[in-house]
Design a protein around this ligand. Structure first.
Ligand SMILES: Cc1ncc(COP(=O)(O)O)c(C=O)c1O
Length: 421
């Protein structure tokens, strides 16, 4: 009977609300693009705002080339596969996209998933066991954390992007460690058989790029493999958009790359793992979200092929994104805002100099919305205490004028709240 659970959940939900942590969803009434039509709250009038909080880095979410490809694939290959890949859910286009991604990333093979969350969820337990160790950055994405939880390998966490901390953990793993945090195992120090270092390529809260070159050098020194989740970099970071790995001059040196098709590459859905042949082969045999979940729909596959083709032919969107990012970062610095330095289109605007940082982040975000700028505030527990922020995300879809409007709104609202003078 649904009585006690109902009361328990209602109590918990009201606690979440009273702590100001309840997530309301703003309803978009248009396609995803630079200027969207939003209704919020539910009974409010619909209004147009400039969107600065989507992962639509290259503006491909409503790009005519992708829409045309999706239509054509829909007509030729149908709506769905009604099957997992290994039963009767593999079309030639799934193979084509996998090959194309491997060529793009200079890897040996690729396997598609319904999402990058699934790619990370089905990775570690398929290739590692209890004799192995995963060494993971403290700020890695939830899907890497969950994927590691599903695996019997030992887990060691290194301080965020701290190479001394990573080396300490590598030594520990190689020499044998009794600091095991995996339940059900005897606390008996033995050296790890295989070691995987796992990191986000770009960390989504700060927009900082992993030190992939240094990580590879340490991996080589301690005979470890490297796994990079490139979700916030595929398509736009690096000269040809081959992500954080290209940006760090490490193409061909990372053993396992996971990423999403749900951000810069069109923003619909889908993910992949690309890397060493035997690893991908094993994932096809064992990876549970691949074996027991439906094939990526044909129209998504067709549009993704078109997205990779488009980015292969021209650097224009990447260049526009870089220019827009530079314009915004320089503008915000000039206005006196406290932003985290990077080259990435994720631009966190911090309020760490103020005691009431969480309240400020929310108030500024709300007033920006009134000015027609949609950018969301993040605060504890999503980010550490004192590090509340508004995370601005720049897109190639923004015009120079959009960026100027955003800067002007930040100036007005920032002055109102005395964040800048
Ligand atoms: C670093 C990282 N990995 C994985 C994911 C999940 O991607 P998907 O939406 O394809 O499941 C995200 C999305 O937020 C992400 O930021």
């Amino acid at each position: 009977m649904y009585i006690r659970t109902k009361l328990d959940l209602a109590k918990e939900l009201s606690e979440i609300k009273s702590q100001g942590l309840y997530k309301d969803e703003r309803v978009i009434l248009s396609d995803q693009k630079a200027e969207i039509s939003v209704r919020f709250p539910d009974n409010a009038k619909e209004r147009d705002v400039l969107n600065f909080c989507a992962n639509n880095y290259l503006g491909l979410a409503n790009h005519p080339v992708l829409i045309k490809a999706a239509h054509e694939t829909l007509d030729k290959y149908g709506f769905g596969l009604a099957s997992v890949r290994f039963i009767c859910g593999t079309q030639d286009i799934h193979k084509q996209l996998e090959k194309q991604i491997a060529e793009f990333y200079h890897t040996e093979d690729t396997i598609l998933y319904s999402s990058c969350f699934d790619a990370n969820g089905g990775l570690f337990e398929s290739i590692l066991g209890q004799d192995d160790t995963i060494i993971t950055d403290a700020l890695n994405h939830a899907s890497i954390i969950d994927g590691i939880r599903l695996c019997k390998a030992r887990r060691l966490i290194y301080n965020h992007s701290d190479m001394n901390s990573l080396e300490e953990k590598l030594k520990l793993a190689r020499e044998g460690s009794d600091i095991w945090d995996h339940s059900g195992l005897e606390a008996m120090p033995v050296p790890a058989r295989n070691i995987v270092i796992a990191t986000d390529g770009v960390f989504s809260m700060d927009g900082d790029i992993a030190k992939i070159r240094e990580i590879i050098e340490l991996a080589n020194k301690y005979d470890a493999m490297v796994m990079v989740d490139d979700s916030h970099a595929t398509g736009f970071l690096g000269e040809k958009g081959r992500g954080s790995i290209e940006y760090c001059n490490a193409l061909g040196e990372v053993d396992i790359i996971t990423s999403t098709l749900g951000k810069a590459m069109g923003g619909a859905t889908g993910g992949f793992t690309t890397g060493r042949k035997e690893i991908i082969d094993m994932l096809r045999q064992r990876s549970r979200p691949y074996l027991f979940s439906n094939s990526v729909s044909p129209s998504v596959v067709g549009a993704s092929i078109a997205a990779f083709d488009l980015l292969d032919k021209s650097d224009d969107l990447r260049k526009t994104l870089q220019d827009n990012t530079k314009q915004f970062r320089e503008g915000m610095t000039k206005l006196g805002f406290d932003i985290i330095d990077s080259v990435h289109p994720i631009v966190p605007v911090l309020f760490r100099k103020f005691e009431n940082d969480a309240v400020l982040a929310q108030a500024v975000s709300k007033d920006l919305y009134e000015e027609g700028i949609y950018a969301v505030g993040f605060f504890f527990p999503v980010v550490p205490k004192g590090m509340a922020r508004i995370r601005v995300q720049i897109s190639a879809a923004h015009s120079k004028d959009d960026i100027e409007k955003c800067l002007a709104a930040f100036e007005k609202v920032g002055k109102k709240h005395k964040v800048i003078s």
